[in-house]
Design a protein around this ligand. Structure first.
Ligand SMILES: C[S@@+](CC[C@H](N)C(=O)[O-])C[C@H]1O[C@@H](n2cnc3c(N)ncnc32)[C@H](O)[C@@H]1O
Length: 206
């Protein structure tokens, strides 16, 4: 099924790209392909107790897809003003089509690295939104949050670049799954899921 057809089913518009101008650390908008999301969620299930945060949510495809299919609270953070406005419009139309889903949808305008992780946040999604410097700050915030409020959290990386994996390896995350996308054009088209448990943070003494 084409991305436009998937969009229509969800009642949203998320296709296309948008470049930043003059930004070294922030990557362009490009949505995770729907086929990749379908593949991911055949192997990895979002649980009822999850609250999912998409760092660099773009027009909201991943957050709204999860909201529709798993009916859990989702939160997206986006720093590009125009893209953020489009995400809000998508949230509105998605809500109209999915009135019976009570779970909340929050979309925040701002920088992912400035977002204060909440105790309810426990599943974090990244599709290469920014440079590894910014990613390192966000991961540090996640680990600090787990130290403050002990809990198990999952990281989902789509298209994981070596520099991202290197940063994750600096903390006691365990790799729990690697999911290849059928028909991938290159070796990066996959998901890696990492889990951080409170006891692993404690025993690592960080
Ligand atoms: C590759 S897109 C991914 C979109 C969405 N997560 C998905 O998978 O469909 C990356 C998005 O991150 C946003 N972004 C880049 N740097 C950011 C930052 N520091 N804080 C928040 N959003 C950022 C970009 O504007 C872009 O929309």
């Amino acid at each position: 099924m084409s991305a436009k057809r998937y969009d229509k089913e969800l009642g949203i518009k998320t296709t296309g790209l948008r470049e930043w101008s003059g930004q070294r650390h922030y990557n362009r908008y490009e949505a995770t392909p729907y086929e990749a999301l379908e593949t991911l969620f055949k192997s990895y299930k979002i649980k009822k107790h999850h609250r999912v945060v998409d760092f660099g949510c773009g027009r909201g495809r991943v957050a709204l897809f999860i909201h529709r299919h798993f009916q859990v609270p989702v939160l997206g953070i986006e720093a590009h003003d125009k893209t953020y406005s489009e995400a809000l419009e998508n949230k509105r139309s998605h809500r109209l089509k999915n009135k019976r889903i009570p779970a909340s949808i929050w979309l925040k305008y701002g920088l992912a690295e400035h977002y204060e992780i909440k105790r309810q946040d426990n599943c974090f999604y990244f599709f290469n939104p920014f440079s590894s410097n910014v990613f390192a700050k966000v991961i540090k915030n996640i680990v600090s949050s787990v130290k403050r409020v002990p809990r198990t959290v999952d990281l989902i990386l789509y298209y994981p670049l070596p520099e991202y994996k290197e940063i994750v390896r600096q903390y006691p995350f365990r790799k729990i799954n690697k999911i290849r996308v059928p028909g991938a054009q290159d070796g990066y088209e996959k998901f890696i899921i990492y889990r951080l448990k409170e006891e692993d943070v404690e025993s690592a003494g960080i």
